[in-house]
Write a protein that binds this ligand. Structure first.
Ligand code: AHM
Ligand code: MG
Length: 346
């Protein structure tokens, strides 16, 4: 079933619902909620529109290309990464709605102080402002990923690393923006996953994908197979399993190299995304806090599964901000099968 068909199934009262209306309705559902979380989603919505505008103009103006700086992982930053990072951080700071921000592009977390130098907000946000940056120069799709936690340290005191180094099960919200053929904001607050598509003509996100779920079975596997020889034996065996001629196999291989897009397609069509360890990247490539935790939360809320090949991503206790982890994520059964191969392949 495609989402086009699904859209026709959306109840009339849900049609044409904007993200703003959806946020207000959900805010009402939480009796004791202070509205802070709703304001965070609202800020993401605004920053996403600003970044979207820039992303769409990337081919027209001289903004693409390396700035020349390297981020903490030693990777070259692109101008759009820097821009997106600034937009998201400034939007969140200006609106005084979080007490701390950690970004994949910054070495250290940021302590946010309010205009009166105090900060009584209870949430911290972690984000990858523009993921899939190798796609910038080639007009490929990009994404923003975010994850929200309630702080652990007392409200009113400066945030510490403890507030950011929490296992994914503590997330109160997570989501992504996909800058693709259309721009979408997909998020969860732990009550299912909802997707909103931007109407660029009027700058409004509309509920287009309510209650997103992985289909029952998946037939797509997404992995950078160029690294095959460097993969652990369990992953090699699983890839061979995906390619074997059986009743419902071989599976289809699809890999954009942009986590948000690969994940988004797999959630809609059914599939598994793998970024395992390899002899080149012994801890994997993706970051637990900025990429894997938020995607794992969304995956689980959509009926899928996310592991590091052996255990649940969201139960990993992080020890450092920029920690990397292997990532297996997608349809529940497919991830479970990959885990079987991992256990046997040791
Ligand atoms: P980035 O944060 O530097 O953009 O890297 C993350 C990206 C993911 O979006 C994508 O799935 C992966 O890196 C692709 O890596 P590779 O080119 O090694 O296959
Ligand atoms: Mg990234």
């Amino acid at each position: 079933m495609t989402y086009k068909q699904n859209y026709n199934d959306i109840a009339m009262e849900e049609r044409n619902k904007t993200l703003g209306e959806f946020i207000i309705e959900n805010q009402k559902a939480f009796q004791y909620s202070s509205g802070e979380l709703s304001r965070i989603i609202n800020s993401i919505r605004l920053a996403a529109k600003v970044v979207n505008y820039k992303v769409n103009k990337a081919g027209l103006v001289d903004i693409i290309g390396a700035v020349g700086e390297q981020n903490i992982q030693g990777e070259e930053q692109q101008k759009l990464d820097v821009y997106a990072n600034e937009v998201f951080i400034q939007t969140l700071i200006n609106r005084e709605i979080v007490c701390g921000i950690a970004s994949e592009e910054n070495d250290e977390f940021i302590t946010v102080k309010g205009s009166d130098n105090s900060n009584n907000n209870k949430y911290v946000i972690l984000m990858d402002p523009l993921d899939g940056s190798s796609n910038i120069d080639v007009n490929g799709s990009l994404g923003t990923i975010f994850s929200v936690f309630r702080r652990i340290t007392p409200i009113g005191t400066p945030v510490t690393s403890e507030d950011f180094l929490q296992p994914g099960i503590n997330q109160v919200a997570a989501g992504y923006v996909i800058y693709g053929t259309s721009t979408m904001l997909v998020y969860t607050t732990g009550h299912g996953v909802n997707g909103f598509t931007l109407n660029p003509a009027i700058g409004t996100f509309y509920l287009s994908h309510p209650n997103m779920k992985f289909p029952e079975s998946g037939h797509i596997y997404s992995v950078n197979e160029g690294n095959y020889v460097h993969f652990p034996q369990g992953v090699k065996n699983y890839i061979k399993y995906c390619q074997r001629e059986e009743e419902d196999r071989p599976y289809t291989s699809r890999y954009i190299g942009s986590l948000v897009s690969d994940f988004h397609r797999n959630m809609i069509k059914g599939g598994i995304y793998l970024y395992p360890t390899s002899s080149k990247a012994p801890k994997g490539k993706l970051r637990l806090l900025y990429e894997c935790n938020p995607m794992a939360f969304i995956a689980e809320q959509a009926g899928g599964k996310a592991t590091d090949g052996f255990g649940r991503i969201m139960e990993i206790q992080p020890t450092e901000l920029h920690e990397r982890v292997p990532f297996f994520c997608g349809n529940y059964d497919m991830v479970e099968k990959a885990e079987e191969f991992m256990a046997e392949g040791l």
